[in-house]
Design a protein around this ligand. Structure first.
Ligand SMILES: *[C@@H]1O[C@H](CO)[C@@H](O)[C@H](O)[C@H]1NC(C)=O
Ligand SMILES: *[C@@H]1O[C@H](CO)[C@@H](O)[C@H](O)[C@H]1NC(C)=O
Ligand SMILES: *[C@@H]1O[C@H](CO)[C@@H](O)[C@H](O)[C@H]1NC(C)=O
Ligand SMILES: *[C@@H]1O[C@H](CO)[C@@H](O)[C@H](O)[C@H]1NC(C)=O
Ligand SMILES: *[C@@H]1O[C@H](CO)[C@@H](O)[C@H](O)[C@H]1NC(C)=O
Ligand SMILES: *[C@@H]1O[C@H](CO)[C@@H](O)[C@H](O)[C@H]1NC(C)=O
Ligand SMILES: *[C@@H]1O[C@H](CO)[C@@H](O)[C@H](O)[C@H]1NC(C)=O
Ligand SMILES: *[C@@H]1O[C@H](CO)[C@@H](O)[C@H](O)[C@H]1NC(C)=O
Ligand SMILES: *[C@@H]1O[C@H](CO)[C@@H](O)[C@H](O)[C@H]1NC(C)=O
Length: 507
């Protein structure tokens, strides 16, 4: 039997050979690229004796983002305050302009080129990398152990003397750091053995900034700050700070009784379920508190960012087919107006968009959540360790979070049993809705989600809180400052860093 003609066989052979060659070439390129990247990493010998007390500078590239995006400097800056970029700074400015998509990079606002006493900031630290705070008590040591100078002006990169080192540098990972830029500015051209490079990545998830998880690129930095324990040296989970005290201590947080105070039986309008067929509390099954509560259902939902990687709006559209939800956010078609007393908490009533950032959204969310059995807490992306105020707010306010987010959320909960409805545990939004209904009509069951309030937090949560309350006293600036001074003392900065990590006790 003949499967192929002779001609076909010949063609097949040809195709096979070509694809093998192509695979081989691609392979060589990939290997070459990887090896190149590895080689670019600056492996300094820390053997240069430098004077111990010279000023060390930190160039804060992260500040450019603030100037460009928050201050919209390119739109607002008075043109007379712009300067031409001097020759010796052209290479670095061109590279940074590329990172920030600044197309015409011949002129920049002068303050981005030239440092001055106005822009140079003291970085005052203790020996071990903590932020130095002046103490009013004069009996206590009142001078910083270490001082560095920080700025965002390019002239920090101009060599001033033979003893000069390039500045240490802070980069933030919100701007995509592409290989090209790495090669041009992160290589030895602007880096000396006694300059330390730090990267900070916070307030957003890795799904939205995938390069922040690229281990090859992370290797180019001496210190990294970020929220993911598997990737970064320091984990300053800032979203938790506002709520720590009210979660940690049983005396500061709402007890189960207090959390239950605001909850009353209510008729769901659409589905005529009576939440809490709780005979002792109210047998009449009426839908309201005495003063006519604004609360219409058992679930609060409030999101403003509707188009997310986690597809939370789509999930909610499904869920709402089976259970009522009070929606005060911008997503979904069933938006409710904020009640009067909540508008008062939010602040100004004008819808001026420039005003929105000054609204007290935290107060709004806490006040709303306290009146609801459940609060939707779906993160914008489902990433390891990515847990935001969406979880902490309802826990603090006395509402049960309906959570979808970090796959390892159970590492992060203060409760030993249940304190969230974990959407991950349900196959479909419908299954989840059925479960939520069951909890909503059964007071005993509902209360079991608040049981943790009368108990100490779990041990693993306590060690996490200890970590966060300690890590708050350190800063990337001070750790960079401390590490770069180590080099001047002929010591290994990595050891210094590792000692701090050990002191804070990674959880
Ligand atoms: C821009 O700066 C110059 C010099 O400081 C000043 O004279 C001028 O009034 C400023 N223009 C604006 C629009 O602020
Ligand atoms: C230190 O003293 C100043 C003025 O005497 C005062 O305003 C400030 O609140 C004090 N700070 C602390 C931490 O006590
Ligand atoms: C840093 O410390 C120096 C020396 O004590 C002090 O003069 C300076 O005001 C401090 N700077 C800041 C920003 O705290
Ligand atoms: C109870 O809910 C119904 C249906 O929405 C509404 O018409 C009625 O006014 C509510 N009762 C009170 C006392 O608010
Ligand atoms: C149940 O709630 C309604 C509406 O607030 C109230 O008028 C009634 O007195 C309550 N019944 C009981 C038994 O508490
Ligand atoms: C009405 O009930 C809400 C929610 O429990 C409460 O915050 C508010 O103070 C009450 N208003 C009056 C006038 O009693
Ligand atoms: C909007 O905000 C600006 C700046 O805060 C203010 O000057 C203006 O009056 C506001 N407009 C309205 C309609 O409130
Ligand atoms: C309410 O929940 C509790 C605890 O899960 C359970 O023991 C009880 O049977 C439930 N009550 C009803 C009426 O389903
Ligand atoms: C962090 O700093 C504060 C204020 O300087 C201090 O009271 C606290 O004890 C420090 N915490 C730790 C864990 O070092």
């Amino acid at each position: 039997m003949k499967y192929f003609s002779k001609r076909q066989r010949k063609l097949l052979w040809k195709a096979l050979c070509i694809s093998i060659v192509i695979t081989f070439i691609v392979y060589i390129f990939v290997i070459n690229y990887i090896v190149q990247l590895e080689e670019e990493i600056n492996l300094c010998e820390f053997d240069k004796h430098k004077s111990n007390d010279r000023i060390k500078y930190i160039f804060n590239l992260a500040y450019w983002r603030i100037l460009i995006y928050n201050e919209q400097i390119f739109l607002k800056e008075n043109q007379t305050l712009w300067c031409n970029i001097p020759n010796e700074l052209q290479l670095i400015s061109k590279t940074i302009c590329q990172i920030y998509n600044i197309h015409d990079c011949t002129r920049l606002p002068c303050r981005m080129i030239y440092s001055s006493p106005n822009t140079l900031k003291d970085v005052n630290c203790t020996y071990d990398g903590r932020v130095f705070k002046k103490n009013n008590d004069s009996s206590i040591q009142n001078q910083p152990d270490l001082t560095c100078k920080m700025d965002y002006s390019l002239d920090l990169f101009i060599k001033k003397s033979s003893d000069y080192s390039y500045p240490s540098m802070i980069v933030d990972a919100f701007i995509p750091l592409l290989t090209y830029e790495y090669k041009n500015i992160l290589n030895n051209k602007y880096r000396s053995c006694d300059s330390i490079w730090g990267m900070t990545f916070n307030f957003e998830s890795i799904s939205n900034y995938p390069w922040a998880a690229d281990r090859k690129k992370l290797k180019l930095f001496d210190v990294t700050f970020g929220y993911d324990r598997s990737l970064y040296d320091f984990i300053p989970h800032p979203w938790l700070y506002d709520y720590i005290e009210q979660i940690k201590s049983t005396s500061r947080r709402l007890s189960m009784q207090q959390a239950m105070n605001n909850k009353v039986p209510i008729n769901s309008i659409k589905h005529s379920d009576i939440y809490w067929t709780n005979k002792q509390m109210n047998s009449s099954g009426q839908n309201t508190t005495a003063n006519g509560s604004y609360v219409r259902s058992s679930i609060l939902w409030m999101n403003s960012n509707c188009n997310t990687k986690s597809q939370r709006t789509q999930y909610m559209e499904q869920l709402m087919k089976y259970i009522d939800v009070d929606n005060y956010g911008n997503c979904g078609s069933n938006k409710l107006p904020l009640p009067e007393h909540i508008i008062k908490i939010r602040g100004s009533n004008n819808q001026n968009s420039s005003d929105r950032s000054s609204y007290n959204w935290q107060g709004v969310k806490l006040a709303l959540a306290k009146d609801y059995l459940f609060t939707i807490a779906i993160e914008n992306s489902l990433d390891f360790d990515y847990i935001t105020e969406k979880l902490w707010q309802p826990l603090v306010a006395g509402s049960v979070p309906i959570y979808l987010g970090a796959p390892n959320i159970h590492d992060w909960l203060p409760c030993k049993t249940d304190c969230i409805i974990d959407l991950n545990k349900f196959k479909t939004p419908k299954d989840a809705a059925m479960h939520i209904k069951q909890v909503a009509v059964n007071k005993t069951l509902y209360e079991s989600y608040h049981k943790w309030r009368n108990e100490p937090v779990s041990l693993q949560f306590q060690s996490m809180l200890n970590y966060f309350s300690t890590v708050r006293n350190y800063s990337l600036e001070c750790i960079l400052c401390g590490m770069s001074k180590q080099v001047d003392q002929n010591k290994d900065p990595k050891e210094y860093k590792n000692k701090i990590i050990k002191t804070i006790r990674h959880f």
